[in-house]
Write a protein that binds this ligand. Sequence first.
Ligand SMILES: Nc1ncnc2c1ncn2[C@@H]1O[C@H](COP(=O)(O)OP(=O)(O)O)[C@@H](O)[C@H]1O
Ligand SMILES: [Mg+2]
Length: 366
Amino acid sequence: MNHPSVLVVDDEPDNFDVIETLLSDRDYQLHYAANGQEAIASLDTFNPDLILLDVMMPGIDGIEVCRLIKALSKWQAVPIIMVTALSSKSDLAHCLTTGADDFISKPVNGIELRARVHSMLRIKQQYNDLQTLLKLREDMVYMVVHDLRNPLAGILLGLELLRSVEYPREKQNSKLTQIYSSAQAIQVLIDDLLQIALLESGKIRLNCTEVDLCDLIQSARSNFEAIATQKNQLLVTQLPETPSRKVSVDATMIHRTLDNLLSNAIKFSPANSQIIVNVEFLTSGDAKIQVIDSGPGVPDTLRHKIFEKYEIGTLMPALSQIGLGLAFCKMVVEAHGGKICVRNNQPQGAIFEITLAAELTTITYP
Ligand SMILES: Nc1ncnc2c1ncn2[C@@H]1O[C@H](COP(=O)(O)OP(=O)(O)O)[C@@H](O)[C@H]1O
Ligand SMILES: [Mg+2]
């Protein structure tokens, strides 16, 4: 909340001047209304984050103004501090029962005013943050449902065609591949959603075993062979000539991380392009895995952002973008003590790079 908007409602302009002076060292935008009607009419213009409301005013008094504002769903979450010369406990209690959030007595004390305004604005900020989160969740649910429904519709249609006796036998295999790739898209999405929730809640433990990294890469690649072929893309693995090294990782998680990087590379790169998975064992003992494509690449300004949850970077027409995959990859890689980043490929494309600590035990093949 930059420069919070504070609406001061008081029939005495001098009282506004006092409040303005007492809050002059804060970065608030102060607005003034001379009576209740004017205050209510000006809500849309000033869009207040907080209202300081005088109680005794001619016409509609502050208590009634408070009741009216709190009855408007658009404004009911805006905190109202009653500024009052009333001092009896029952009067103050009455202010609170009409929906006021706090009160401050006249003559206004600067320290108290600043503290109460600050505390109410903090609550308003928390409310705004929750609203943003809620909106994000709603959008997310919509996108997830949409992203599940599309491949599911493809699967159902494909199965329907396969069931029909007239469907040509020679086309069956390619239809099955399409069904498989749609089912896989659904699986990747559901797995990402579940795993991220588990990783965030701290309920997941890495189940690390010693695995041959090159086997893991080959297995991930073979999962995507069919989908790449559909787009006429070539999936190439470049494995080190030296014997492969073992890495101590949660094989399922790292497999899923590679799945995400490969599915992105295939999704975002054009047809007839080449996707390379390059593996190197560094002298430091680390293993470096790169997924290299020649798609649109990632602009410098988004290099870090795309690893955050629900960040989809550049919007690409007709492609499903939810923004969970890379967040999942980052969580998994970092949980392994490794690093993930994206670089530019030349002349164009993206290089997603993972560095993992690798054991020095080598595996020799027969
Ligand atoms: N290989 C890539 N090439 C270009 N942009 C990419 C690539 N991989 C990811 N991105 C960008 O990062 C965003 C986030 O990716 P990700 O978290 O996997 O979510 P999603 O695939 O659902 O969009 C993508 O929407 C895209 O803008
Ligand atoms: Mg993705």
